[in-house]
Design a protein around this ligand. Structure first.
Ligand code: ADP
Length: 256
């Protein structure tokens, strides 16, 4: 280590050091505030399903079996809110792990092959037609972590399934710098002014609509963190009332 000899530094150098220190402190403070905001949002979001579970459970305790209609509604609500809480905690844990970059292995992978395999298995799982458009039967190589790439595609496919009822289209488009994978659905779409916000943690366009579909508001936030880790770009295009296309651009070459 080099010890700082402040007495031998010129005035300008000392001023520069002070500025660097201030910038570092500013960054630390902003990170701390962001972290604090995240913890407070997470507690708030977890409290909402808990409140629903608690009130339905106490209703069941009071009225018990005497009201079959109430019984069914309560069990249904408790079940779906418990599922939402589980998904939320799983996604929060995944997000916390995303900061550990050692789990990433960037290599050449054929993304067309990956898309075809996933379309087949998710089509069966969702019982939905998943169409695939690739430029040819040739492989499309990109420089990525295959597990993270799959995780990203699952998040986008899951949204397409949740927010639409028709078929889903996956396109693979390679060019000199990127392989772009896009997932198109013909669902309700997202209003233009809401588009930039859907990547924020816990943000949901329409709370009532999203609640019915059981979203957590964490999927796209998690996706952008994963994308940043593997140097991919993620984005959304949507026409309100017509549908949504979510895309990921995977670099073809190693990016420094
Ligand atoms: P979640 O789907 O769990 O609520 P996301 O972060 O994945 O969380 O998405 C945030 C919000 O963006 C969703 O609640 C929904 O309102 C909107 N959204 C995302 N994908 C779509 C889509 N394909 N079609 C319509 N709305 C979408």
């Amino acid at each position: 280590f080099k010890t700082l000899d402040l007495q031998n530094q010129s005035k300008d150098e000392l001023y520069e050091m002070g500025e660097t220190f201030n910038r570092m402190m500013g960054r630390l403070k902003r990170n701390y505030e962001k972290q604090e905001q995240f913890v407070s949002n997470a507690s708030h979001e977890l409290k909402t399903p808990l409140t629903v579970i608690e009130s339905y459970a106490s209703l069941l305790k009071r009225r018990g079996m005497s009201r079959p209609d109430l019984f069914e509604e309560s069990v249904e609500a408790i079940h779906s809110e418990a599922i939402r809480m589980r998904e939320m905690t799983e996604q929060l844990l995944m997000m916390a792990r995303e900061t550990e970059s050692f789990s990433i292995a960037l290599e050449q992978h054929d993304l067309a092959g990956m898309v075809n395999d996933m379309a087949r298995s998710y089509g069966t799982a969702y019982q939905r037609e998943i169409e695939v458009e690739t430029p040819s039967s040739e492989p499309c190589y990109a420089y990525t972590d295959i597990n993270k790439a799959k995780q990203l595609l699952v998040i986008l496919l899951d949204n397409a399934r949740k927010y639409s009822e028709d078929s889903i289209l996956i396109r693979v488009q390679p060019d000199a710098s990127y392989v772009t994978i896009s997932v198109t659905d013909y669902g309700p779409g997202i209003p233009a002014d809401e588009l930039p916000k859907v990547f924020d943690r816990f943000y949901r366009v329409d709370q009532a609509r999203s609640r019915k579909q059981g979203g957590t508001g964490l999927g796209l936030a998690l996706a952008s963190e994963i994308a940043a880790q593997i140097k991919a770009e993620i984005g959304l295009e949507s026409t309100y009332g017509k549908g949504t296309t979510a895309y990921i651009q995977f670099p073809v070459h190693h990016l420094a």
